[in-house]
Design a protein around this ligand. Structure first.
Ligand SMILES: Nc1nc2c(c(=O)[nH]1)N[C@H]1C(S)=C(S)[C@@H](COP(=O)(O)O)O[C@H]1N2
Ligand SMILES: [Mo]
Length: 469
């Protein structure tokens, strides 16, 4: 339902306000050689190459992308797109099951998850970012889900995969068990939509603006419908002592020795799933096939992939990824540990960095909001750098610990505009500005940057990633 403030006039397109045209962000502005150049610069602390490569891609997009994206109806005379019957109208199409597993249109090949230029030294311990600026609604297609591997991904044989459940001492789990995939998949299951966000998402922006597009600034974020068995069901089957055993250790089967402590209270709520399904089919290998932990609201690192063992214990484990990594460096030089919940955050995906607005006129501002603590209650959008805010429409469904899509009508008058979104969750928490966040966290952190994002629409129509001081 569209809720309007009293007195707010509708500005959706009409004969008076035409919708404007938009050039997509150049998604493929770095070839493999470019990625290597950026990695080399990263080691020396420079960023010249990525900046100039991006500028060149934007300049090139001006003509090429425009031609590819708009094929306007001629103002005079007949439209050849109507008058000349295309082959698909005159001929016989392709047969069923040409592809036993269908693929996206060849016209959409540019929509890809892409590796982070310069972020990591190897492609096995690395990240690929989801193309948020090209997606609709709230679900991330499985093939575009972001990836974060510490030691590369595997396609694990499900017939040989096992899940062991044991206690750190014999008293904590009555009957330790080993489950096969078949045994897990015969248990009562649930399906739920949840976002997963790496704790390091937007981490490169702590000090200053670092990357040009929202794919790279916010793309360690995805959302799927997950299917699996509540971990609580499995712990009950093994007779775990949840009174004394207030923590579990989750362990992955890949070489990264990914181990994370999960507090029992999250498990007791029934939210934590031992999942095998993602968007209606089995998990993709990159996302932990055949089994992964789903820990709604908690940073991605705790969603252990290739899950092979759950140990019930009576204290936090202090694993390497809880002591050395995934800690927050505070301004006083100390590290903050176990800050696992992803706080409320949002980002405008259109208009966003790298896109170009070609006309004055109507644009739908749209983006994503989420909170690790519950539902998104409200999203405000500003087009003047936070001086004035309007309430965006929230698209249904609005689900807990899930992405929520928002949108707002906007008429661009051709003058510079500073676009921001600010999400508020159902605990009342308000997404902070950089000034507010840095006052508490300083600027030398990596993880848990949930600041308001700013996109500058320049007079030329080019959209840039900026930070307001
Ligand atoms: N076994 C295993 N589990 C893992 C990881 C890993 O490298 N190995 N990476 C973690 C991190 S840091 C994140 S952000 C998420 C990423 O999940 P995805 O690759 O499905 O997006 O998986 C987590 N689980
Ligand atoms: Mo992560």
């Amino acid at each position: 339902m569209v809720k309007r403030h009293p007195g707010e006039r509708s500005i959706v397109p009409s004969h008076r306000v035409e919708p404007g045209r938009l050039i997509k962000a150049p998604e493929n502005f770095l070839d493999p050689q470019g990625v290597r150049a950026v990695m080399h610069e990263a080691r020396t602390g420079r960023r010249d190459f990525i900046r100039s490569a991006f500028a060149a891609a934007v300049a090139g997009a001006g003509t090429g992308a425009l031609r590819a994206q708009s094929n306007p109806v001629p103002t005079e005379g007949g439209d050849p797109n109507i008058l000349n019957l295309p082959a698909h109208t005159a001929g016989l199409g392709q047969p069923v099951a040409t592809d036993g597993y269908g693929k996206p249109s060849r016209y959409e090949v540019n929509v890809q998850r892409r590796q982070s230029p310069g972020l990591t030294q190897t492609a096995q311990a690395s990240v690929s970012f989801a193309p948020l600026q090209s997606l609709f609604g709230i679900v991330t297609p499985s093939g575009l889900h972001f990836e974060r591997h510490h030691q590369g991904w595997w396609d694990v044989d499900p017939s040989r995969h096992r899940l062991m459940i044991n206690g750190s001492d014999p008293g904590l789990v009555n009957t330790p068990k080993v489950f096969t995939m078949d045994e897990i998949m015969r248990l009562p299951s649930v399906s739920r939509f949840h976002f997963i966000e790496c704790g390091a998402n937007t981490g490169m922006e702590w000090g200053n603006v670092a990357v040009p597009t929202c794919q790279y600034s916010h793309g360690m974020l995805s959302c799927s419908e997950f299917t699996g068995v509540p971990l609580k069901t499995l712990l009950d089957l093994c007779g775990a002592d949840a009174r004394r055993g207030r923590f579990v250790l989750a362990e992955g089967a890949d070489g990264s020795s990914m181990t994370r402590t999960i507090p029992m209270e999250l498990i007791e709520s029934g939210e934590v799933l031992v999942a095998y399904g993602q968007n209606g089919e089995m998990l993709r290998p990159e996302n932990g096939y055949p089994l992964r932990l789903v820990v709604p609201g908690v940073q991605g690192v705790s969603w252990v992939k290739y899950l092979r063992r759950i140990e019930v214990g009576d204290q936090p484990y202090g694993a390497k990824d809880e002591v050395l990594h995934y800690v927050d460096l505070m301004p006083d030089g100390r590290h903050r540990q176990y800050t696992s919940i992803q706080e409320c955050k949002s980002v405008v995906t259109t208009p966003s960095g790298g896109q170009v607005l070609l006309d004055r006129g109507y644009y739908q501002i749209t983006g994503l909001a989420w909170s690790g603590r519950g539902k998104v209650r409200r999203v405000d959008v500003s087009v003047d750098g936070g001086a004035n805010w309007r309430t965006a429409r929230l698209q249904t469904p609005v689900l807990t610990k899930c992405l929520t899509r928002f949108s707002l009508d906007w008429v661009w008058d051709g003058r510079p505009a500073i676009i921001q979104s600010r999400a508020i969750d159902d605990t009342g928490y308000v997404q902070p500005t950089y000034r507010q966040l840095r006052a508490v966290r300083g600027s030398r952190s990596i993880y848990h940057n949930n600041s308001i994002q700013t996109w500058l629409v320049q007079e030329s129509g080019e959209v840039k990633n900026v930070q307001l001081s």
